[in-house]
Design a binder for this molecule. Structure first.
Ligand code: ADQ
Length: 483
């Protein structure tokens, strides 16, 4: 989109002031599974619900973009009744309410039992269940309809993630005037895995309805091109694919974080005090190791604990000198695989502390909860070694948050080669999370790494994350879409 004239800007401003129900449509529509709000607890039973903007990378990336023009975010507000329209911090929100059966089939079923495991190297067996697929199609149509109703003529629609892969084509069929972008936050698998899906052609055609399909890495984009030619009959080389006369561009747009926000907070005296106090509370160890993850079987939390346990048993690490803090935010708690993981992690923590702890001193500190940003950043600043060991990950923002928070230029990032972030964070200590002996050696090296090497690596890492921050990511995707 080129420079807007003054008249257009005036029109936009006027529209922005208009009452929700009569709006002329949005210039930008973001479509994602979840709305970026949570229902706040009511002060009194008869009061209407209040909604808080949930913090998070995508929200902070998109808020400035959304606030600049007339825009709407379309998404599921979570269980329970929701109004037809909401507003939070100047962002218009359009809830897509789903029945319990729809949530079961589309979200818990097809998204989280079929696509999520399959796209993560099938680390758990994906399940192909026809009613889930039918529900996925229906719910994708609800999202597409809501986006269509919000979009002004010629608007840009940006669809996010694996829950909504059919939406681009559904929108294009009804509204060829719109520019449609799709960004996949998780990996896109190779042919050997993707070929399993009974509905593979429909998924590819769904995505190919977009003008731009963005992936975290070039590997994802390449897999998509190969599969689109093989199973959807698309034509074209490399980054432009054509299906039924429609051109779809593909490419890598690695997502990032708000570098400045993390760096500024990390540099504040308050956070420095919190970080120092944390180390004291941990018993003043020589080295603090840290893991921060959603409690998900793709994140390699169990592998990390196992490696730590073996190193203590072999006396290559001393439990009086090294402490591991593992923070795991609860996730998908109703799914049996996630319940099993939680039990396994808690068993390992108990076993390590039982064997190597003493009264008043534990080698592992485990928190099963979400932390506020200051607490999280204080932990990043307190940690000498950050362990990011997923068995597969689209990007992994924790790795980038740690780097941004190390305003002192110290700290060692141990990073799985199988995280998307490994493509950019070349100066991390990269590891294969399946190679237990290799991981053990890397951990010992990280613990012993001299200060000058830490500084050399961290300086290089910080440069990358600062330059490729989340604002650059959002701008470059939208420029690709609008250009
Ligand atoms: P996730 O799988 O959720 O995201 P990740 O990128 O690591 O993974 O983001 C997790 C976010 O949750 C981070 O911002 C982190 O700070 C926060 N978080 C984790 N534990 C927390 C805790 N205990 N308390 C508070 N906050 C916590 C998906 C893909 C990733 C991809 C992102 C963005 O799976 O590969 O990087 O989307 O595209």
């Amino acid at each position: 989109m080129g420079e807007r004239s003054a008249a257009e800007r005036d029109r936009s401003d006027r529209r922005r002031r208009e009452d929700g129900a009569e709006r002329a449509g949005s210039e930008l529509v973001v479509v994602a599974n979840r709305l970026p709000v949570t229902r706040a607890p009511r002060a009194r039973p008869n009061q209407p619900d209040e909604w808080d903007l949930s913090p998070g990378g995508l929200v902070s990336a998109l808020t400035p973009v959304l606030q600049k023009r007339v825009s709407t975010w379309v998404g599921w507000p979570g269980a329970g009744p929701a109004p037809r329209r909401l507003e939070s911090q100047g962002i218009q929100l359009r809830p897509v309410s789903l029945t319990r059966a729809q949530v079961e089939g589309y979200y818990a079923g097809f998204s989280n039992h079929t696509i999520w495991p399959l796209y993560h190297d099938a680390v758990r067996p994906p399940r192909y269940h026809r009613p889930w697929w039918r529900c996925y199609v229906d719910v994708n149509r609800c999202f597409a309809e809501a986006a269509i109703a919000e979009a002004a003529p010629g608007a840009v629609v940006w669809v996010h993630d694996y829950h909504l892969q059919l939406v681009p084509r559904m929108i294009r069929e009804r509204r060829p005037d719109l520019r449609v972008g799709f960004f996949l936050h998780i990996p896109f698998p190779p042919q050997e895995l993707f070929a399993q899906i009974p509905w593979r052609r429909q998924i590819l055609e769904g995505l190919l309805g977009a003008d731009v399909v963005g992936f975290q890495t070039v590997v994802g984009a390449r897999n998509f091109a190969v599969l689109s030619r093989r199973y959807a009959g698309a034509e074209g080389e490399r980054d432009v694919l054509t299906l039924h006369g429609h051109r779809c561009r593909t490419g890598a747009f690695p997502i990032s974080i708000d570098f400045e926000k993390f760096a500024d907070l990390a540099a504040s005296p308050e956070i420095e005090r919190m970080a120092a106090a944390t180390r004291v509370r941990l018993g003043g160890p020589r080295r603090v190791l840290l893991g921060v993850d959603r409690l998900d079987y793709t994140k390699g939390i169990d592998v990390r604990l196992l490696v730590f346990e073996e190193l203590l048993r072999e006396r290559r690490l001393d439990p009086r000198e090294c402490v591991l803090v593992q923070v795991a935010v609860p996730s998908r708690e109703e799914v049996p695989d996630y319940q099993a993981l939680r039990h396994e992690v808690e068993r390992l923590v108990g076993s390590i502390n039982g064997e190597f702890g003493e009264v008043g001193r534990s080698p592992v500190h485990y928190l099963h909860r979400s932390l506020a940003m200051p607490e999280l950043v204080a932990l990043y600043r307190a940690a000498d070694v950050m362990l990011v060991t997923p068995v597969r990950d689209g990007m992994n923002l924790v790795a980038k948050e740690y780097v941004a928070s190390r305003v002192d230029g110290r700290g060692v990032l141990v990073l799985s080669e199988l995280a998307g972030a490994a493509h950019e964070l070349r100066h991390a200590m990269q590891v294969n999370p399946y190679d237990v002996e290799g991981l053990k050696d890397a951990l010992v090296r990280a613990v012993e790494m001299p200060d000058d090497e830490q500084e050399r690596r961290m300086t290089a890492l910080r440069r990358v994350v600062e330059r490729r921050n989340v604002h650059v990511w959002a701008r470059s995707f939208l420029a690709g879409l609008e250009g």
